[in-house]
Write a protein that binds this ligand. Structure first.
Ligand code: URA
Length: 234
């Protein structure tokens, strides 16, 4: 980690009220355990409101420079299922809510139509939806590792407060942030992983499914979602 990243890293913990950090030497076993990209710390008695307040008018990373609105997350604070995307696009940046553009409409359809076909009474408002980074990356580029790590502290806290029965990671960025794994979504999708003891289903990002030649991926994503919905709501 270079000096700038270290300074930023320490300042996250300062924001959380932690003033002293200890450096732990890696044991052989720890060094073989896949690291999760999210910095692992949540204050006691945390709430979504506190997290939002702590984010404030965030300028912790370069993404703040191009944003219109911080996109925190939306949905049921007691949701049993949380969807994690990558980061806001243009529509989300303008409105301040995640997944409200074309990819969002597809996600809503996927959730509500699959649930309805499976006999599960579930609407989009019953789940919680958020992203790895809360500000729109320029030109919708993939968030950089340092941006994911800086913003990841808030995703960590959101998930720790909601404590869903399962998480659905939408696409490679969410999978990497939650699971610290570099395999492509094609290899991971449809399988269960764990984030802090919470089962994580990895599937394709809805933006990928919008591409016309991805009919097969669409079918697979529907299968993944079905699996997640039955696991959570049966
Ligand atoms: N893509 C994402 O990853 N998140 C959004 O909120 C919208 C599009």
């Amino acid at each position: 980690m270079d000096r700038d990243s270290l300074r930023q890293y320490l300042s996250f913990y300062q924001d959380l009220g932690v003033s002293t950090l200890y450096r732990r030497l890696k044991t052989e076993e720890q060094s073989q355990t896949p690291m999760t990209a999210l910095p692992g710390l949540a204050p006691e008695n945390d709430t979504l409101l506190k997290i939002l307040e702590d984010i404030g008018d965030c300028k912790r990373c370069r993404l703040h420079a191009g944003r219109n609105k911080i996109v925190f997350g939306v949905g049921n604070e007691q949701a049993k299922l949380v969807f994690v995307g990558e980061g806001p696009g243009a529509d989300e940046d303008a409105q301040g809510f995640p997944f409200v553009g074309r990819a969002g409409q597809l996600l809503t359809q996927m959730i509500e139509n699959t649930a309805s076909k499976e006999g599960i009474p579930l609407k989009r408002a019953d789940v919680y939806i958020c992203n790895v980074v809360k500000c729109r990356p320029p030109e919708n580029r993939t968030p950089e590792p340092d941006e994911m790590e800086i913003c990841g502290q808030f995703l960590y806290r959101q998930l720790s407060v909601i404590k869903p029965k399962a998480i659905c990671a939408l696409g490679a960025t969410a999978a990497k942030a939650l699971l610290g794994r570099k395999e492509g979504v094609t290899r991971m999708r449809g399988n269960w992983f764990k984030w802090n003891e919470i089962p994580v289903m990895v599937t394709y990002h809805p933006s990928y499914l919008l591409r016309p030649y991805n009919q097969n991926a669409k079918r697979e994503a529907w299968e993944d979602l079905k699996k997640a919905l039955h696991f959570v709501y049966d």
